[in-house]
Design a protein around this ligand. Structure first.
Ligand code: XMP
Length: 305
C-alpha cells in the first residue's frame, strides 16, 4: 500500500520538476485518476495547469454538466467534440480500430487546444494496470497503446503510473477530494464506444447511455460494484403489442474486483435483475431484450470491446 502523504509530496515535486515554468494540458474526465492528477498538478504548478474536458459524445448521462459543476474553480476548458468523434467512427466496426481512432482524436484535440495556450506538456492519469494490459497486448487502452506515434508535445507526465486503482482512491482521500470522486466507478477513456458492439452511431449511443443510467441508479448505492454497466450487443426479435419486431439486446454487467485484472460477476437478487430488465425495456424505445452477463474475468473482460 502506498504511503499517501509521501506519495503526494513526491508527485507534486515530480510534476513541478518535469513542467518547469511551462504550461501543461491534461484531459480531465472527472474520474478518480484524472481528478487526482488535476489536484496534484494544481498544487505543483497552479495556474500553469490547463485542464481540458472533451465531450466526445460518448459520455454518460449528465456527466458533462456534473464535471462543469465540480471543476468550475480550476480554469476548465470544455470542448464539444461529439460530431468530430461520430464522423471519425462512421462505418468502423473493428474494436481495436475504434480505440485507436478515439485515442488519436483525443490527442489531436489536446494538441489543438495546447497550441492555443502554448502548453508544452501533457499530463495523463495512466495507472499501473493500464500499462500492464497494454504492454501485454491484451488491448490498447486509449491513453496508452492507442497513442499516435507523432505527438506534438515536449513530453508526457504520468504521476500515477505505478499505482493501482485502490491506491489512487487513497491518494484522492489524502488530497481531500469529494467522496463522490474518490469512490467513482472506473469509466473507460473511449467511453460508451466500448459498450456498443459494431458501428458507433448517435442513436445506439443514446440508447446505451439511458441503459447505463438505469443500471447505475439501481446498483451503485446498494451493491457498491467495482463497475456496473450496460452494453448494446446486437439485435434480436421481440414483440410489441401483437407485432414481432427487431429490437436491441442490452447486456447488463456488474462485477466486483480489486484491480480490474480479474473480476467476478455479482450474484444479484432476481428482484433487482427483474427491476432493471423491466425499466430498460419500458423506458427505452427499441430495446427488445435484456440479459445479465455471468462471466468472470478471465475469460471475459469487464467491458464488451
Ligand atoms: P477490461 O474491459 O479490459 O477493463 O477488463 C479493465 C478496466 O479498464 C477499463 N477500460 C479502459 N480504460 N481506456 C481506459 O481508459 C480503455 O480503452 C479501456 N478499456 C477498458 C475498464 O472499464 C475496466 O475498469
Amino acid at each position: 500500500m502506498v504511503n499517501v502523504t509521501k506519495f503526494i509530496d513526491e508527485a507534486v515535486e515530480k510534476i513541478r520538476a518535469a513542467a518547469g515554468d511551462e504550461k501543461v494540458v491534461m484531459a480531465l474526465s472527472g474520474g478518480v485518476d484524472s481528478s487526482v492528477c488535476a489536484e496534484l498538478a494544481k498544487r505543483a504548478i497552479g495556474t500553469n495547469l490547463m485542464p481540458i474536458y472533451v465531450d466526445t459524445g460518448l459520455m454518460r448521462k449528465g456527466e458533462s454538466e456534473r464535471i462543469c459543476e465540480l471543476f468550475c474553480d480550476i480554469n476548465l476548458t470544455m470542448v464539444d467534440a461529439g460530431d468530430e468523434f461520430f464522423s471519425a467512427l462512421e462505418g468502423v466496426t473493428d474494436p481495436e480500430e475504434k480505440r485507436k481512432i478515439i485515442g488519436e482524436k483525443f490527442i489531436r484535440i489536446f494538441e489543438r487546444e495546447a497550441k492555443k495556450t502554448g502548453a508544452k506538456y501533457l499530463l495523463q492519469g495512466t495507472i499501473y494496470p493500464d500499462r500492464i494490459e497494454s504492454e501485454g497486448g491484451i488491448k490498447s487502452h486509449h491513453n496508452v497503446g492507442g497513442m499516435p506515434v507523432h505527438i506534438d508535445f515536449s513530453g508526457i507526465i504520468e504521476p500515477l503510473e505505478d499505482l493501482y486503482k485502490d491506491e489512487v482512491r487513497d491518494v484522492a482521500g489524502g488530497l481531500g477530494l469529494p467522496r463522490e470522486i474518490q469512490h467513482r466507478m472506473p469509466f473507460p477513456g473511449p467511453g460508451l464506444a466500448v459498450r456498443v458492439l459494431g458501428e458507433i452511431t448517435p442513436e445506439k449511443v443514446g440508447i446505451i447511455r439511458e441503459a447505463n443510467a438505469i443500471v447505475e441508479q439501481e446498483l451503485v448505492e446498494q451493491y457498491t460494484p467495482w463497475q456496473c454497466l450496460a452494453a448494446l450487443i446486437g439485435l434480436g426479435t421481440g414483440v410489441k403489442g401483437d407485432v414481432r419486431l427487431h429490437g436491441w439486446i442490452v447486456a447488463v454487467r456488474a462485477v466486483h474486483s480489486r484491480d480490474a485484472m480479474t473480476a467476478d460477476p455479482i450474484e444479484l437478487p432476481w428482484k433487482t435483475l427483474h427491476q432493471i430488465g423491466s425499466r430498460i425495456t419500458s423506458e427505452i424505445p427499441g430495446v427488445a431484450r435484456v440479459v445479465y452477463d455471468i462471466t468472470p474475468k478471465p475469460p471475459a473482460t469487464i467491458e464488451y470491446e
